[in-house]
Design a binder for this molecule. Structure first.
Ligand SMILES: Cc1cc2nc3c(=O)[nH]c(=O)nc-3n(C[C@H](O)[C@H](O)[C@H](O)COP(=O)(O)OP(=O)(O)OC[C@H]3O[C@@H](n4cnc5c(N)ncnc54)[C@H](O)[C@@H]3O)c2cc1C
Length: 448
């Protein structure tokens, strides 16, 4: 929980409702947010635009939602964390059940790991409280549509050439249009084209860099007069070249093979994917995409005028579905600081907010990378590479001197707590991006 004088943001980026109500009467920052831009119409940009429309207390500010319709969204974020259930209800003012049906969604109660770790047994990482708290498996396209229906903004279909911080705000330069000045810009343009060591922290302790996506017929059937209540889990199945996710929606089931293209060839992966689908009883599929991805955290997620969000801010493989929840935190944190804090505190707030956001992503990265530390039931080239060569780099990559935050210390603290014979009640709610309960479940499951 991060606290300032006026706000509290929970671990998943959702502001405390009662506090929020009391904050609405004293939102000194809103006076300096008269013109805001969101660049990008993927999951991150759509969430940002809807959040601004919902949270800005005034009606006479301008919101420009800018995107280039020739540049497609990535569209594969289909697993989430429980905070999204609450947030979508707040952003749309629709009941949870209606939201779930709009998303052609199912209720995700956790991640079911198959073949991971040194115990050769399957285990589940549940959201807490176990079997009560749920997130959505959702169609990313339908979520963006739902958010747009609930967002009043001026839409600008144009290519953005550059976004730069200037005196008193940020300037957006367009292809074929005059530049515009904004008080705040959310940059949600997706992956950076290239990583630069002075701008990006390379989280090279994550051993994967490519995904093959296939779409298969739905295994969960839509209910006629209500949402699907059945408990579902994202399956994360260890395979010789990496792992496969299985995400059940009511429109289709998504399968993705996550691997390292420098260790395994695409042909090897496709062939093992075929074997897996065959044993899973799936006879038809649509080949969707092969997606190479970077593993990085931007050093300057927020500079006071430009907030990078979603895949423009950071990325790591989707093992624990950390991208949408990270975007929620980035948007929530920046908006609440800008709305609730007087502009005179801006320069002082910026380094603190940026450090909080970088730290949060690095904690997620450490949690995700650690899943590979005990290998899997496969003694293959990929798993030896992941366990023996890639994961051991985590301390060097997150050295506080290099990254400027304490993610590594927080991560170590989780292990210190788990090694105690009994954990003090005051420590039960401690977290390093995810709660201690998540570390305990994964530790027991992996056998390390
Ligand atoms: C294989 C895989 C599986 C994943 N699974 C999950 C998951 O289960 N859960 C999860 O939380 N996340 C998952 N993710 C992460 C997922 O990508 C993000 O959650 C989400 O899609 C965020 O994307 P985005 O909005 O940042 O960017 P994008 O979807 O890439 O959108 C970028 C937007 O910016 C616009 N744009 C780009 N350049 C310009 C420009 N120059 N000018 C104007 N507009 C521009 C584009 O038109 C587009 O609208 C997964 C990712 C991968 C690769």
């Amino acid at each position: 929980m991060l606290c300032t004088r006026h706000i509290q943001i929970s671990r998943e980026g959702v502001i405390d409702r009662h506090l929020w109500k009391s904050c609405r009467v004293i939102q000194p920052g809103s006076k300096t947010l008269r013109k805001i831009a969101v660049v990008g119409r993927g999951t991150a940009g759509s969430l940002a635009a809807a959040s601004i429309a919902r949270l800005h207390p005034d009606s006479d500010y301008e919101l420009h939602h800018i995107y280039d319709s020739r540049i497609p969204v990535i569209g594969v974020g289909e697993g989430s964390w429980p905070s999204l259930v609450q947030q979508l209800q707040q952003l749309t003012s629709l009941p949870h059940d209606t939201v779930q049906q709009h998303l052609r969604g199912t209720r995700k109660y956790g991640v079911a790991f198959e073949g991971w770790g040194r115990r050769n047994r399957n285990f589940t990482h549940y959201f807490t409280p176990r079997k009560v708290s749920y997130a959505y498996h959702l169609s990313a396209d339908l979520m963006a549509d739902l958010l747009h229906e609930n967002t009043r903004a001026r839409h600008i279909d144009a290519k953005v050439r550059d976004i730069t911080r200037i005196e008193g705000g940020a300037q957006v330069e367009f292809e074929g249009l005059a530049p515009e000045h904004y008080d705040l810009v959310f940059d949600a343009r997706g992956f950076p084209r290239k990583l630069h060591p002075d701008q990006h922290i390379d989280i090279s302790f994550i051993p994967t860099n490519t995904a093959v996506i296939r779409r298969c017929p739905a295994i969960i059937k839509e209910e006629q007069d209500g949402p699907v209540l059945q408990h579902t889990y994202t399956r994360a199945v260890a395979r010789p070249h990496g792992w496969i996710f299985v995400i059940p929606l009511t429109v289709h089931t998504s399968y993705g093979y996550i691997f390292n293209r420098d260790v395994s060839s695409l042909a090897e992966v496709e062939s093992d994917f075929d074997v897996f689908l065959d044993t899973d009883g799936v006879s038809e599929f649509e080949q969707r995409a092969v997606i190479p991805f970077p593993n990085f955290v931007h050093r300057q997620i927020y500079d006071g005028a430009v907030a990078r969000i979603g895949n423009a801010a950071a990325f790591m493989e989707p093992l624990e579905a950390t991208a949408i929840v990270s975007a929620q935190i980035q948007i929530g944190m920046v908006l609440h600081m800008r709305l609730n804090r007087s502009i005179e505190y801006l320069e002082r707030d910026v380094p603190m907010v940026n450090q909080f956001l970088v730290n949060n992503i690095l904690c997620y990265g450490l949690f995700v990378g650690w899943h590979y530390s005990c290998g899997s039931k496969y003694d293959s080239g990929f798993w030896r590479h992941a366990r023996d060569r890639v994961w051991p780099r985590y301390r060097e990559a997150t050295d506080p001197e290099v990254v400027g935050c304490a993610a590594l210390r927080k991560f170590d603290e989780m292990f210190e707590l788990m090694s105690q014979s009994s954990i003090d009640k005051a420590d039960w709610t401690r977290m390093c991006a995810v709660p201690l309960t998540s570390y305990v479940q994964v530790s027991e499951g992996l056998g390390c």
